[in-house]
Ligand binder design. Sequence first.
Ligand SMILES: Cc1cc2nc3c(=O)[nH]c(=O)nc-3n(C[C@H](O)[C@H](O)[C@H](O)COP(=O)(O)OP(=O)(O)OC[C@H]3O[C@@H](n4cnc5c(N)ncnc54)[C@H](O)[C@@H]3O)c2cc1C
Length: 549
Amino acid sequence: MADVTRETMEYDVVIVGAGPAGLSAAIRLKQLDADLEVVVLEKGSEVGAHILSGAVLDPVGLDALIPDWKAKGAPLNVPVTEDKFYMLGEAGQVRIPNFPMPPLMNNHGNYIVSMGNVCRWMAEQAEELGVEIFPGMACSELVYGDSGEVKGVVAGVFGLEEDGSIGENTEPGMELHGKYVFLSEGVRGSLSKEVIAKYNLDADSEPQKYGLGMKEIWEIDPEKHREGSVTHTMGWPLGGNAGGGSFIYHLENNQVYVGFVVHLNYKNPHLFPYMEFQRFKHHPMVAELLKGGKRVAYGARAITEGGYQSMPKMVAPGVALLGCSVGMVNVPRIKGNHNAMLSGKAAAEAAYAAIQDGRASDELSSYETEVRTGAIGQDLKKVRNVKPLWSKRGLVASLTLGGFDMWTNTLGFSLLGTMKHGKSDAEATEPAADHAPIDYPKPDGKLSFDRLTNVAFSFTNHEESQPAHLKLKDASVPVAKNLPTYAGPSQRYCPAGVYEYVQEADKDARFVINFQNCVHCKTCDIKDPAQNIVWTTPQGGDGPNYPNM
Ligand SMILES: Cc1cc2nc3c(=O)[nH]c(=O)nc-3n(C[C@H](O)[C@H](O)[C@H](O)COP(=O)(O)OP(=O)(O)OC[C@H]3O[C@@H](n4cnc5c(N)ncnc54)[C@H](O)[C@@H]3O)c2cc1C
């Protein structure tokens, strides 16, 4: 849509994404100067619609941003009361005591929350301060200035024809220009990916690593519900096939978040992350908890796992990357929301100071310094070797050596230095012929569900007549390469059943993209071995409609 003329709106700061990072930045900017013009653009139909976290929230970010959040009614209602960690075998479990764990792993003082609801509340705070928030506005393009700086975004393109061309009903969107553009798109942001590539921001960092997180909300028997209880497990069913584990968080109203994360650096392309999650719920300990309950929502989202050594440079002329667009998850704690908030606050402070000095469209290097040397960098540095140890030496080494390393880091040193991650998750995939297929039990419809039934519980919706937002760089690769070499892994790694190979008698296999099912997790963009699938934004308002994830 290069030769389209669009309306332009000018702001001080344009923020892409109303997650904890983007909303924190917006709030902090207006706290510092009520006259700043700040806009937040969100692709979800409402703030929170695309937010999926565990979530146990460490309130350190909120404390720094809105110290009186309690008085202001923030939805942090369930303090963590018990914190258990189990190693699972197929038929039983062993509890790992809390005492050998470094203090940073302690969940006391944290809250079980719906991050969707926290973001909805943060949006109210931002709007009260005068921030303009536009949900249903996907930012589909970056706008560059004459010197190559990022000067804005294109948002609100609707009604493209199925082939991507402009039709009678096309609304071309508008350009929103800012002195600074903040990309707070979360994990594997589509515009963030473009900025990282254009300015070579990852030249000096390790490849980003990811997991796929899947989550269901269950309403369970009140007798079994223990508000405030937090459980994590490792081991079965993944065993040696992949890193990962589960979380079970008891929130309010007899509800429980049941989640499962599979590290995306698994080698065996026969692995089916969604079915691993379904199988997990049949473990006796989990089945007993869920029996008699009902699943009320389902969703999935990738999670950044590269940590400290994978953070790319996060500023370029006119633009800054925030939160999980950089990758700020503390992997052993499975927490990134607190760092997302702190990064939003830091970016806002850097932009405010720059604008006060009459600057615009340059690099906010003080933001990057604060992230690397301040609370975020310190949080991530202590745990930087846990993930590489897990990838290279397995679960036991990550628990023992990784635990030891976290202890020494807490005391200020590491015997391991900073370990490298090595390959990207796409490169980690090995040919199907080198691995045995995995036999997954059929879902029983009570504890476990087939994928398409579960996708209906993400309430995802995409206008069918628009072009598919999942693009292939080369349309021949799925059938010519991925099917024979990797047994068509997208059929399995996608947690929403978007990809399928259709085999009709006497015909070649066909690759079908059911983009309508997409829950915006971004796993295909990450894990496709040929890096041939590109996730782009569909029109605004499309995608999942998570209730209180
Ligand atoms: C399964 C799972 C469990 C987790 N558990 C926890 C936990 O218990 N505790 C914890 O602290 N962290 C947890 N995390 C990590 C946490 O979710 C992230 O660290 C956090 O969401 C990062 O915040 P963010 O603001 O950077 O991005 P996000 O929260 O992802 O928000 C990004 C927002 O930007 C919007 N957006 C993206 N691209 C565009 C675009 N182009 N145009 C317009 N809008 C756009 C998205 O729709 C979204 O609303 C978990 C993650 C997963 C996947």
